[in-house]
Design a protein around this ligand. Structure first.
Ligand code: FES
Length: 150
């Protein structure tokens, strides 16, 4: 066990954990931010997507010791009022079905728009291709990203 200093959203934490513990467990079980979801646990589905210094990463595959002193943003920290342009578009287009994958979808989309504020349809398709949705809401996700980029 070791005390590892991490910054999540606008707060600093120092959980006493196994340095190899996946960041996802620290976010959910030690910090108590449960918006980030566990899907596959092997980096394949995108449900656990968070931002690491502004880039989308899969928190289930990253040991917490690897993110020491880096800025982590979860869905809870994407905006202060829940009105990030993607969150607005998500609500207006009624994107979620079961909702389980949606935090990861939004975080991946947010990173995509930070890197490419006006993505083409192909950019969105390629950029979002690694985030799986068992309900098949892909078309509404695509439309919401397009709306948020306009
Ligand atoms: Fe991390 Fe599926 S839970 S990619």
């Amino acid at each position: 066990m070791a005390k590892i200093k991490i910054q999540i959203n606008s707060s600093t934490y120092q959980p006493d954990v196994d340095p190899e513990m996946p960041l996802l467990w620290v976010i959910r079980d030690f910090v108590g931010l449960t918006g980030t979801k566990y899907g596959c646990g092997i980096g394949q589905c995108g449900a656990c997507t968070v931002h690491l210094d502004g880039h989308a990463v899969r928190s289930c595959t990253i040991p917490v010791s690897a993110v020491r002193n880096q800025k982590i943003t979860t869905i809870e920290g994407l905006s202060t009022d829940g009105n990030h342009p993607l969150q607005v578009a998500w609500k207006e287009r009624d994107v979620p079905q079961c909702g389980y994958c949606q935090a990861g979808q939004i975080m991946n989309a947010a990173a995509l728009l930070m890197q490419n504020p006006q993505p083409s349809d192909a950019d969105i398709t390629i950029g979002m291709s690694g985030n799986l949705c068992r309900c098949g809401t892909y078309q509404r996700i695509h439309q919401a990203i397009k709306q948020a980029s306009l």
